[in-house]
Each structure stands twice: as structure tokens, then as C-alpha cells.
Ligand binder design. Structure first.
Ligand SMILES: [Mg+2]
Length: 349
């Protein structure tokens, strides 16, 4: 394997994850330069992936509560970068911190591995990105964590050796043939909201009817949760759409409404988020109480903050926020999205 062959040079490649891979396991670093370069290249890819994450909140209330809002109008990018330095620039430091520990890689999908696009069904990851993820998974247990339905994320990524956590972590499945990083061959499976399926389906059908008169409004069935997309709706209609959604969900005490970027999410009230998914996966890999593990979580959305918070509270690994603009975040590091101009304003799940 020649390292140079793996270097991603295409700035439009759509990879935003790079940092995680750049951190080479210490043994790989000391004994095998390929591991070092693989990781660094992966980080590089993420950095150049170019998912225009221009912040555009949905409604005023969404703006007020969204972590995508600027911490203050006066804070400039430089001061934010000081607090959340580029994961690429901190590559060596991160690598040192992971020395002797098992790296586990967690990757969000939309806005991290794939560009944000108007039609969520067309959020395709590039082959180049797929190869990068495949390379990472050769060295470390790797999981995709997404708000989307697990089957849909799998259809985008199509790497059977990965763990997948769909529906904001409420639908977790390990590699079908077990995993080389895990003892035994039992399949990892976790669906803590399984009893909500009929209710979610019912609300989905009701919502489809309720919002069909609003041009551009769509509802995506993510199995254990629903996403109402505002991105193609005229801003003048956002309030109306939000009212329609609330009029449906108010009859369901067991469901809650949360805001994302140009999206309203309907989820079961159970306390289960991407942070829980991260902890579940670490546990299933045998690192429940162990500090001998170094999770690297890369994501771009407010739902990823739950995972960043877990890492920060436990003093484990690193969280890396993919963002071009300053945001309040629990992540330690950042990765930029340089080709913002090539993509539309986005939301994601
Ligand atoms: Mg995302």
C-alpha cells in the first residue's frame, strides 16, 4: 500500500470527517506509517468535503435555541477557533492523547460524510469518501450515527463492516457477521423505542395529510422518529407548517418535538439520543467502564451535541464539530467546510 495513493486531493470530494482518521493508533504510528497516513488523510478528506453548513435557523424560536446560532454577534471566528481548534492542526496532539488506547470512530452522515442537498434522498456520499471510511474501519471499530432510518443510511454507505445507529441512535445494529474488534459473533442490536413503532407510523400518516397543502413541505419516516423538512418551504409558510405539526403532536403525550436545522423532529419521549448510542456501542465493544478507549466522534448537527457532551463529561476521546461558522458546542475541535459556496443552505438530521 502506498500512502500517496490514498491521499484525497479533491477539494470537492465531500468529505468532512477527516480528523478521526488522522489520529493514528499509537502502535500503528510507531510501527506502521501507513496507519498514521491513513488517519491523517481521512481527516484531510473530511476537512475538504465541503458541506455548506451555512446556518439558517427555521423560526425565531429555533434560532434562539439552536446551537447553530452564533454565540454572540461580536465573537469572531478567530476566538472561536482558539477554543475549538482545527482537528487537523491538532493532529499530533490528538494522536498523542490516543496513545495506547483503542480508537473507536463515530461518524454522523448528513453534513459530515455527505453534502447537504435540497432533496434528502440525494445526499449521496462519494466513492472517495466511502473508501476513506472503509480504510478507517480496517483499523478501528467504526459506527455511523444518524437521525435517518438505519436502512436508508446503510443504503447510502453500503459498508457491511460498520456499526449503524439510525433514528438518532434508537436503532442500532452491528456488523451482520460480528466484528473483528469484538469478541464472539453475536450481532449487536438495540431498539429501545420498539413499542413506539405503531404510534410513529400513525402520526406519519396523519402528518402527510395535514401538510400536503403546503408547497415543499415533506415528512420523512425515520422509523423510530419523524422529520418534517422545512428546507423547500417558503419562509413565509414556516409558522403555518410548524402550527400544523404541533396540532398533530399535541395529542401524543409520549412524543416530543425537537428542532434541528430547517427541520422539526418528532421522537418518543424516552431518554435516548446519540449520546446513549455512543455509550451503548462502547459498552458492547467492551469499554463500558474502561478508560482504555479513545472515541472520536465527528458530526455537524445539534443532535451530535449529545454525543459530544458524553465524551466531555467522561473525559474520553474527542468530539469534532464540522462547521464553517462559530457555534456553541461541547466538541473540543472543529473541521471546516470550505466549499460552502458550492452547496445550498442546509439542514440535516
Ligand atoms: Mg449531520
Amino acid at each position: 500500500m502506498t500512502n500517496q495513493n490514498m491521499v484525497i486531493s479533491n477539494a470537492k470530494s465531500g468529505l468532512t470527517i477527516a480528523i478521526a482518521v488522522a489520529m493514528s493508533e499509537s502502535t500503528l504510528f510507531s510501527q506502521n506509517q501507513n496507519g498514521y497516513f491513513t488517519k491523517r488523510k481521512f481527516l484531510k478528506k473530511l476537512e475538504t468535503s465541503g458541506n455548506g453548513a451555512r446556518i439558517n435557523a427555521l423560526l425565531d424560536s429555533m434560532r434562539a435555541s439552536s446551537p447553530s446560532r452564533r454565540p454572540s454577534d461580536t465573537e469572531d471566528h478567530n476566538s472561536w477557533i482558539l477554543r475549538h481548534p482545527s482537528a487537523l492542526s491538532m493532529f499530533d496532539e490528538i494522536m498523542m492523547a490516543s496513545k495506547g488506547k483503542q480508537i473507536v470512530v463515530f461518524l454522523d452522515y448528513d453534513g459530515t460524510l455527505s453534502p447537504i442537498v435540497e432533496d434528502p434522498d440525494r445526499a449521496i456520499m462519494t466513492n472517495e469518501m466511502r473508501e476513506a471510511v472503509r480504510d478507517v474501519a480496517k483499523f478501528f471499530p467504526t459506527a455511523i450515527v444518524s437521525g435517518r432510518c438505519r436502512a436508508k443510511v446503510y443504503n447510502f454507505v453500503r459498508l457491511s463492516e460498520l456499526y449503524y445507529a439510525g433514528s438518532h441512535g434508537m436503532d442500532i445494529k452491528g456488523p451482520s457477521n460480528g466484528h473483528k474488534h469484538k469478541k464472539g459473533n453475536e450481532t449487536v442490536l438495540c431498539q429501545p423505542a420498539i413499542e413506539f413503532l405503531p404510534m410513529i407510523d400513525e402520526v406519519y400518516k396523519t402528518l402527510l395529510e395535514k401538510i400536503k397543502y403546503i408547497p415543499g413541505a415533506t415528512v420523512e419516516n425515520n422509523k423510530f422518529c419523524l422529520s418534517v423538512h422545512f428546507r423547500c418551504v417558503d419562509e413565509k409558510k414556516w409558522g403555518e407548517l410548524a402550527d400544523e405539526v404541533k396540532s398533530v403532536t399535541k395529542d401524543y403525550q409520549q412524543l416530543r418535538l425537537t428542532q434541528g436545522r430547517k427541520v422539526l423532529e418528532i421522537r418518543p419521549t424516552i431518554k435516548w439520543d446519540k449520546g446513549n448510542a455512543l455509550e451503548f456501542l462502547l459498552e458492547s465493544l467492551g469499554y463500558a467502564e474502561s478508560n482504555n478507549v479513545f472515541p472520536v466522534y465527528i458530526g455537524d448537527d445539534r443532535t451530535d451535541e449529545d454525543a459530544f457532551r458524553v465524551l466531555r463529561n467522561r473525559g474520553l476521546g474527542v468530539g469534532i464539530l464540522v462547521s464553517k461558522t462559530p457555534k456553541e458546542t461541547k466538541a473540543s475541535y472543529s473541521l471546516q467546510e470550505p466549499s460552502e459556496a458550492s452547496t445550498k443552505e442546509n439542514d440535516n438530521v
